[in-house]
Write a protein that binds this ligand. Sequence first.
Ligand code: OGA
Ligand code: MN
Length: 295
Amino acid sequence: MPLTVRPINPRRDDFVAEAAGIDIAAGVSRETAVQIETAMDRYAVLVIPGQDITDDQQYAFSQHFGPMETATGDLPRLEERRLSMDINDISNLDRDGAVLARDDRRRLFGLGNMLWHTDSSFKPTPAKYSLLSARVIPEEGGNTEFADMRAAWDELDPKLQAECMGLVAEHSQLYSRGSLGFVDFTDDERLKWAPVPQRLVRRHPGSGRLCLYLASHAGAIQGWPVPEARMFLKDLTEHATQREFVYSHRWRPYDLVMWDNRAVMHRARRYDHTKHRDMHRTTVADSAPTLAQPL
Ligand code: OGA
Ligand code: MN
């Protein structure tokens, strides 16, 4: 079956599409992968329904799009992990498949996914694509929302655009989690997640479009007083996440959703924490730190 792609977002026709005619479990050709990347350059978020896949199949599919990240941004120690280091565990489950207690440290850390963010901007080379596979979803709640950072840039006041251009923000999971009052990091975690610099405005290579590069991980701007930087980042985030820029995804079991972290922010929405939600994420790394990429 040939690949077909159709826009599904009533608010904008160049943001979020659904793909059909792909069987990830069976493997896709190089040619199909190129078509998918072309669609990603246009739509930034691609929903691929009906993909009942294993972690290995998800990983093999993801590898078409670049070098893979390992899950070094996850909190659980190796011996506590439920999934391999190739898979980000986006669930509320422990190794035995039981729902984490309300006050479990892993759960509280995971709540950070409910803040608007882009994946791995706290790593020197951040993420290009994330691919999230819904294995078990709660009956209600737990949508994932996506905000279009290209449109947010295009519709930003030109004076603000000029002010943003050339700024460098510092990103760390210590900032995003800290903003929720999660501050009991170990010395190792503090070292591992020391802030890294990222451009505030970047050019998306596949589309040529400029994008705001924001995330809850951003907690400082180089050369600015911290409170002023955080207030500025909050204002920009408020602008960038207005409803007109946002698509909310209601999950069905075996949806695979892939998004371009260079062009969108995303966040998880609340759900009943006593219900199972099991999502597996593979992550494709970007080509270089944003400061090493052409603007
Ligand atoms: C992620 C993420 C949001 C969600 O997988 O990177 O932020 O809805 N997920 O689980
Ligand atoms: Mn995320």
